[in-house]
Design a protein around this ligand. Structure first.
Ligand code: ADP
Ligand code: MG
Length: 214
């Protein structure tokens, strides 16, 4: 396998659509997770936000990655009330800025852009490892992806590694006590439940791996 394979503009759009489909299908599950340690709106927030994103993207058809992901980020920031709107919004805004005015990304460029997105989430929400947030799925995913890219993996292999690490990171949030966001108000009672945002972040990486493999 080579590292020359890339994600093109249609693939970026397919990634977003696949994420929209997953959060829509799993809306009730995400809400159930958020009802245990939050305010039962994560499924609704993500499904509404990604539906708005796809409407905008399909109407505007931005020609380059920076414009596409700026549209995505701005739409999430403005259409989702919960913490996840600004956080995912910032993720995509920073992702697009790092990707630049390009029409495709190879695995290394994708990894760099994802890292910039995660840095944006941290700049905005100050989450650290083990705080029981989306960070706990995204950070190990990007570490796995970087390692795969460094060892010469293909885009499909690197994103599959990221997907698997995100799922493991999501699962590892279950015993954690939340230290950020609404769930932190519960203190010790937040332990014993998966974090909703880590669960949706694992869906984001699943969607990416699916598109990269197709
Ligand atoms: P809200 O908490 O405002 O109701 P959501 O329910 O949509 O928003 O999203 C909750 C998720 O947001 C959490 O499960 C967590 O993963 C994520 N989150 C909350 N605060 C932070 C933060 N400071 N940094 C990173 N992620 C956060
Ligand atoms: Mg909530």
């Amino acid at each position: 396998m080579s590292t020359t394979d890339t994600l093109t503009m249609p693939a970026f759009t397919a990634w977003l659509a696949a994420f929209r489909d997953r959060v829509t299908e799993q809306r009730s599950y995400l809400t159930e997770l958020d009802s245990a340690i939050g305010d039962a709106d994560h499924g609704a927030n993500m499904a509404r936000g990604m539906a708005a994103v796809m409407e905008k993207v399909e109407a505007a058809a931005p020609p380059t990655a920076d414009e596409l992901f700026k549209t995505v980020g701005m739409t999430l920031v403005t259409s989702v009330g919960g913490a996840s709107g600004p956080l995912y919004g910032t993720f995509f805004l920073r992702f697009g800025m790092a990707a630049g005015a390009v029409t495709e990304c190879d695995a290394a460029a994708l990894s760099t852009a994802l890292r910039a997105g995660l840095d944006g989430v941290v700049a905005r929400g100050k989450a650290e490892a083990g705080d029981k947030t989306m960070f706990d799925a995204l950070a190990p995913a990007l570490e796995a992806m970087d390692a795969a890219v460094a060892s010469g993996a293909s885009l499909a292999e690197a994103t599959a590694a990221a997907r698997d690490a995100a799922a493991a990171g999501r699962d590892a949030t279950e015993p954690l006590v939340a230290r950020k966001g609404r769930a932190s108000y519960l203190g010790e009672r937040s332990a014993g439940h998966l974090d909703p945002g880590a669960t949706s972040a694992a869906l984001l990486m699943e969607a990416l791996a699916e598109v990269a493999a197709s």
